[in-house]
Design a protein around this ligand. Structure first.
Ligand code: FCA
Length: 331
């Protein structure tokens, strides 16, 4: 690999004569960064890593894609990056409370670190302001979810008072809480009955943990005919929708709205018949992957430290417009 990189550097320097000074310096720096994600099998994270890799190919730096499903795997991923000569990494951590440990390990190796999606917490449970972060504006995107659900309740002519909400929660993760809080507030503002909101706390941020959390809640509240479902992401809403199907609810009695706009949603919208998964607030995972990697690369090559917190916005994607939104968001 080293030889390949040297060749790449030579080829680059041969074609650098006409580029501005900064580009010349950056290319000669021979930069390698890591991109560590908590759920490497999920389409959202695959796309982020892919976008970072493509940016690296374009700008002449190397991106090493790594999995960090728990603290131990993250620490060995950092060791691995150090042995490859990496100068820093982007990470979506498996547990935000690992922030101080991850930062310390990075500092030992003189590596720079930025977070994407899930922001590190310090030992007081506060966001670590000194680690640059890029992620969703959780509360606002949550409100979009709540508004989309309220609008669809109206479109279906349901009586708001008789509708139950399956709120799949993950209060360990601040961005998750912000998202479900935003959705709840928007629903309450639209006249939803607070007493009809039932919590299904999930242990993780994936479909199977949401399914496991949702099933008992549905069985316990069998008196409701109409259900709405929301959670921190579409993978979890899909878990809730699958549980509603297993419980015997018809798709027309369920309105699930997720967040992300990744391959999981595309697969659902591509099914021949509509399911209870009505929509998702799509955010560009391409942009998250690309911009976080670019921020880090700029910082490593002598540019400014990225801002403490960059918040991104979303667009509602449904069965009707998903292909168009997908294109707009470069997904
Ligand atoms: C969290 C969720 C992901 C995605 C990301 C932006 O990490 O688990 O599904 O929504 O935030």
């Amino acid at each position: 690999m080293l030889r390949l990189r040297t060749l790449k550097a030579l080829a680059l320097s041969a074609s650098l004569a006409c580029l501005p000074i900064t580009a010349v310096q950056a290319a000669q720096d021979d930069v390698t960064i890591g991109f560590i994600v908590k759920k490497p099998e999920q389409a959202w994270f695959i796309n982020e890593q892919q976008a970072a890799t493509e940016l690296g190919e374009k700008n002449g730096f190397e991106v090493v894609k790594l999995s960090g499903v728990d603290g131990q795997e993250v620490l060995s991923a950092i060791d691995n990056l150090h042995s490859q000569g990496a100068q820093g990494f982007v990470i979506c951590p498996p547990d935000v409370r690992l922030g101080p440990v991850i930062k310390r390990r990075a500092e030992q190796y003189d590596m720079k670190v930025v977070t994407v999606d899930d922001r590190f917490l310090n030992s007081d449970g506060e966001p670590m302001q000194d680690v640059p972060h890029l992620g969703m504006s959780g509360y606002k995107i949550g409100q979009q979810v709540g508004n989309a659900i309220a609008k669809e309740i109206e479109a279906r002519g349901w009586n708001m008072e008789d509708v139950a909400a399956l709120r799949i929660t993950n209060y360990e993760l601040p961005t998750a809480k912000e998202r479900t809080d935003g959705a709840t507030d928007a629903l309450l503002d639209a006249g939803f009955n607070k007493a009809n909101i039932f919590d299904a706390p999930q242990q993780n941020t994936d479909t199977s943990s949401a399914f496991a959390a949702a099933s008992p809640v549905l069985s316990k509240r069998g008196n409701f005919k109409h259900w709405v479902i929301y959670a921190l992401n579409e993978e979890s809403v899909l878990g809730g929708v699958r549980a509603s199907e297993q419980y015997g609810l018809a798709p027309e009695d369920v309105i699930g709205v997720g967040i992300n706009g990744s391959g999981a949603a595309f697969a659902e919208f591509s099914r021949e018949n509509p399911t209870g998964f009505f929509g998702t607030v799509a955010v560009s995972s391409t942009m998250h992957g690309r911009d976080s990697a670019e921020n880090l690369y700029t910082w490593i090559t002598g540019g400014d430290k990225p801002p403490a917190n960059t918040e991104t916005a979303g667009t509602l994607m449904t069965r009707d417009n998903w292909q168009q939104v997908r294109e707009e968001l470069d997904l």
